[in-house]
Design a protein around this ligand. Sequence first.
Ligand code: ADP
Length: 560
Amino acid sequence: MSKKWRLTDRTRTLLTLELAIVLPAAALMGFSIWNLKQIQRDKAVEAAIQRDFQYVLKIAEKKSWHQANDLITPVLKEFPSPDDGPQIKGKLDRILLEHPEYAYAALYDKTNNLLVSRMQPGRDQDQAFCGFTQEDINMLASWLPSEASTTVKRLRKMKEKEEEPWGFYGGWTLHANQHAYWNVAYFIPAGVSPDRVALGIVAFDEDYLRKTFFPAIVKDVLSSKSTVLRADANLPVMMIHAPRDSTPWVATADWDGGSPEEELRFSDVFQDLIFAMKYRGTTIADIGSRFLRYNYIVLGALSALMVGGIWLTYRNVSKEMNLARLKSDFVANVSHELRTPLALIRLYAETLELGRLTAKEKYQEYFRIIREESERLTALINNILDFSRIEAGRKEYEFKETNLADLVRSTLDSYRFQIEQNGFSFEENICSDIPPVTVDREAIARSLLNLVNNALKYSKDQKYIGVSLYRANGHVNLEVQDHGIGISPNEQEKIFEKFYRCGDPLVHNIKGSGLGLSLVRHIARAHGGEVLVESTPEKGSKFTIALPLDPALRTAQAAA
Ligand code: ADP
């Protein structure tokens, strides 16, 4: 039996170890490995997103270039030559009428120092427009005489290299405290001889660029099957702004503010426009930190689990160690308790055998001592037997309807003499209204004896024992009170554990096995009741066994 006991104990410890430490540790390791891989992957994903953003922005630039070239090609064919004289104005007006995307058109001929410029006739009622446009034309007029020759030379070289024979020039101005973008296309009109300096110029209308041209580009880029769009559930959004001003000049409808993830400053057709991109509602860093936060939480939880496991194991191991120590104390105590009464019995029996005693009272006294010591032995052996039965789960109770008052009285009767002889004042308080209760007579009697015996053992000068039996709240209470050494509050729960004996040095001089109270508790619980203690060190203790009057409670708890 002891082999089986040790095996289950070991298996339990191993199981606890496995569940509490090995599993969380393995999980933690697994998670860390996975985590590392994730972080690597995550970094790669972040870089890929940034690469994709740059790629999309470059596509936007390229598309803008193509669109601008497509817009300028038909204008070139229709543009007047400096030799068209009075027809120039009419031709320019026609071009502007047919192409509302331009704000104005101009023809410059350096040889004749001629600059003919026309504004978009469709908007001649718009005063603000006319004001701004006139400002731009004036700027152009001041710029052309000094710059036209080099510009024409550059255009001729481009033509020789079979590049597009036109150029764009753009930038930002402030219109009514707001950044506005201007952009002009310049070219050499058809039929101008190589030695002549003449330039044709058309300027994009800012409203057109802001409301039509760039929104279309942005929409086109974002809806194309680019790599970004397959990334995940996050929606990319785009805007265009001026340098050193993050207010969007053009933005997608779902642009939600905040700083962009990637930017590209256009350098070709639309110089100084800054295209910016980000994810709607989140940032790449946010995605990263959300991922990190999640990792920290999982790591924290696993660590807590491991700490919990270690604590559990520590508790389990220290409990086992404590139990082992208590068991060895128990063996020493029990051997001592067995040896003393046996030595006394032998001593008195040998004296009697010699037949040298003359006084009859001496005989009586010696017989009494032998009887008392053998009773003590019986009580101890009964305790040990009960304990081993309980531990093996073989303890059985014989419940019978019993008159508790009679049981308590008769149990105390056989003890009364010993109590009084030890100099104790003894009070017995048994109420007359106790109904019959279903109990195991022997178990209850043994519990009472254990409590009375403890009161005897753990009293010093104040020698008093009081036993009461009374009804209270559907229970019958059996109470044993003393004025002895008492029990400190932090030990009051532990005294009911098996083998436990108080740390007080006084207790160690008193014989005991540490089994009595654990048996009393087991018996009380098997009856559906409980044993309670109230105690003050140096003042005394009161132990109460509360037994329920309702037998249903008893069976339910005993079965549990
Ligand atoms: P034992 O008396 O054999 O040591 P018990 O299980 O009966 O074992 O009691 C456990 C411990 O509780 C005792 O060692 C003692 O320290 C304490 N104890 C029990 N009854 C009393 C009491 N009436 N007064 C003071 N301490 C007590």
